[in-house]
Design a protein around this ligand. Structure first.
Ligand code: F6R
Length: 241
């Protein structure tokens, strides 16, 4: 794993933006895997700016998001579709039919999972998968205990994840109990992974990710086995690592 240590969140966002712009420029029809949450917000802001300044075009880009809450319509202010549309897609020159996010409000969730996995395979491979890190070691919404061989599936969200994400909702009771997520194997099949980690609250998870054993009890530990991972982490998240 390549570790890029940065001073703070601004520098993390700047470096991540440069990383993505370089990849998009190098690949003819780039496929990006995207994450939501707080960590990639600065990256998305910068990608919007660079696109406005004509430093990068996203017209040949396809995207696949990691996850979506079950039960929230696309238009719900806390759906990940809404997040992605508001923070990135509506501001850039991407074609919306090349954007993929699982739907959490369909009648047949199992079918949606299989269809999503099929869509990813139909483009070949995700070139760069952007990941954040859960305090409990989740990647995507693969909570502790998720089989390392999992494909896109429906998960019960951990109480620590619902608590952490309650900051986006009026109360914890409104945080959905389930989500659809790319599986651990789906993520591991990406050609390259860009892991972004910021803040002291992630320091213990970073230590376990780097030094702990590979185990489904701490899903992010599997990244030790991926051949092409770049982690950009700030000083607070890296702690003494
Ligand atoms: C988001 C996702 C999650 C987050 C993780 C960290 O699509 O899949 O794994 O990346 O929960 O979230 P933040 O960045 O809010 O700390």
């Amino acid at each position: 794993m390549k570790i890029i240590k940065v001073k703070d969140y601004d520098e993390l966002s700047e470096k991540a933006c440069r990383f993505i712009i370089d990849k998009v420029a190098q690949i003819e029809k780039p496929v990006l895997g995207l994450a939501t949450g707080s960590t990639p917000e600065g990256l998305y802001q910068r990608l919007v700016e660079k696109n406005r300044q004509d430093e990068v075009s996203f017209k040949d880009l396809s995207t696949f998001n990691l996850d979506e809450y079950v039960g929230l319509a696309k238009s719900h202010p806390n759906s990940y579709y809404h997040y992605m549309y508001e923070k990135l897609f509506k501001h850039i020159d991407i074609s919306m039919d090349q954007v993929h996010i699982p739907s959490g409000d369909v009648a047949n969730l199992e079918e949606e999972c299989m269809e999503y996995e099929k869509q990813i395979r139909s483009v070949g491979q995700i070139d760069v998968q952007v990941l954040g890190l859960g305090v409990n070691g989740h990647i995507g919404f693969n909570e502790p205990g998720t089989p390392l061989s999992s494909l896109t599936h429906v998960v019960d969200l951990d109480s620590s994840t619902r608590k952490a994400n309650a900051r986006f909702f009026d109360s914890i009771d409104e945080v959905p109990e389930k989500a659809i997520t790319m599986g651990i194997e789906t993520i591991m099949e990406s050609r390259e992974i860009l892991l972004l980690v910021s803040g002291e609250s992630k320091a213990k998870a970073v230590t376990r990710l780097l030094n702990g054993e590979v185990s489904s009890e701490f899903p992010a530990s599997i990244l030790q086995k991926h051949k092409h991972v770049t982690m950009i982490a700030d000083e607070e998240a890296l702690g003494s690592n």
